[in-house]
Design a protein around this ligand. Structure first.
Ligand SMILES: [Fe+2]
Length: 314
């Protein structure tokens, strides 16, 4: 099986009824417009090099459309375009950064893009991360912590989570097209050796990457579970939490620390009901990481902090 290694997850795409409402929420969430919206499509960026991290398209109903990954070269696009379920290599017209793209259809219909040649955005200025003075080491000296209660800029898309009807088929699809590899597996206590979920990362060999860029979970209700964006540090997560509450947005679950990937998380519902996450302090791994199968209860996937509501696991 030929693989075409992805460089990174770049963006997610949704269709919603009202772009102005979505833009207002995403600004509060810490994104800024990548370009002026034309009223039909909205592109939002973070502070990192991705030309955009979130696309919203105006439509009659609200739904997740798909996501995009960067790939290394034009030859990869040609190979992907030849596979079943792929569209042609085409220019990413009207999209920030441009470049060439192949849009593919995953099992369950999600549109997954491979992108090459997009012009990176100039990173936006951000404050330095705030060093924590722990009991063991106190790197912050003669310097007070001062944090404004305001939107915390998101840097980049970290990961997104899909519920799929055929776990193995979807994982194989992603492995074949993007060379994603398993970091850890989820199982249920009654069948501890039969994974129903796979945390997938991009394969950069010895180089460190996020523990996962995707989680794929087998369920009988396919759809997106959430998308997740990285912010600077703990103070960014916590101050954004208070700011989003003040702005009247809907908290889903947070703040807490995950088990698999270890992120400090904070989940919100956007105005259309989609779950969206801020995170910081996630694990990074490389080729020496050994995958495990976690066969605990849903409750055990949170180490401390807010306990996810029951519908989080549906
Ligand atoms: Fe997440």
């Amino acid at each position: 099986m030929t693989t075409h290694h992805a460089i990174d997850a770049l963006y997610v795409r949704y269709q919603v009824r009202d772009l102005a409402v979505m833009e207002s929420f995403l600004r509060d969430f810490g994104m800024v417009p990548a370009t002026a919206s034309d009223g039909h499509r909205l592109f939002m960026r973070g502070t990192g090099e991705a030309p955009f991290v979130y696309e919203a398209v105006r439509g009659d109903d609200n739904r997740f459309l798909g996501a995009g990954f960067s790939v290394a070269d034009a030859a990869t696009l040609e190979r992907l375009a030849a596979l079943p379920g792929s569209g042609p290599v085409e220019p990413a017209t009207g999209v920030p950064g441009g470049g060439q793209r192949v849009r593919m259809r995953m099992p369950d219909g999600f549109e997954i893009d491979a992108v090459h040649g997009a012009a990176p955005a100039a990173p936006l200025p951000v404050r330095d991360a705030i060093p924590l003075n722990t009991a063991q080491a106190k790197p912050r000296v003669n310097t007070a912590v001062r944090i404004a209660r305001q939107a915390s800029p998101v840097k980049r898309l970290g990961h997104f989570v899909l519920h799929v009807s055929d776990h193995q088929a979807s994982v194989a699809w992603l492995q074949q097209r993007f060379g994603l590899i398993a970091s850890d597996y989820l199982a249920i206590p009654d069948a501890p050796t039969q994974p129903i979920g796979t945390f997938l990362r991009v394969d950069h060999g010895d180089a460190l990457v996020d523990h996962h860029c995707m989680l794929v979970l087998g369920t009988d209700r396919p759809g997106v579970h959430h998308c997740s964006f990285e912010v600077s540090d703990l103070d960014a997560v916590m101050s954004a939490h208070d700011f989003l509450l003040e702005r009247g947005h809907t908290l889903d679950c947070g703040v807490g620390r995950h088990l698999l990937g270890s992120q400090i998380f904070d989940y919100w519902r956007d105005p259309f009901g989609f779950r969206i996450e801020h995170y910081t302090d996630g694990d990074v791994v490389n080729g020496t990481h050994v995958p495990t199968i976690f066969a605990g209860t849903a409750d055990q996937t949170t180490q401390w902090g807010a306990k996810p509501p029951a519908d989080f696991f549906e």
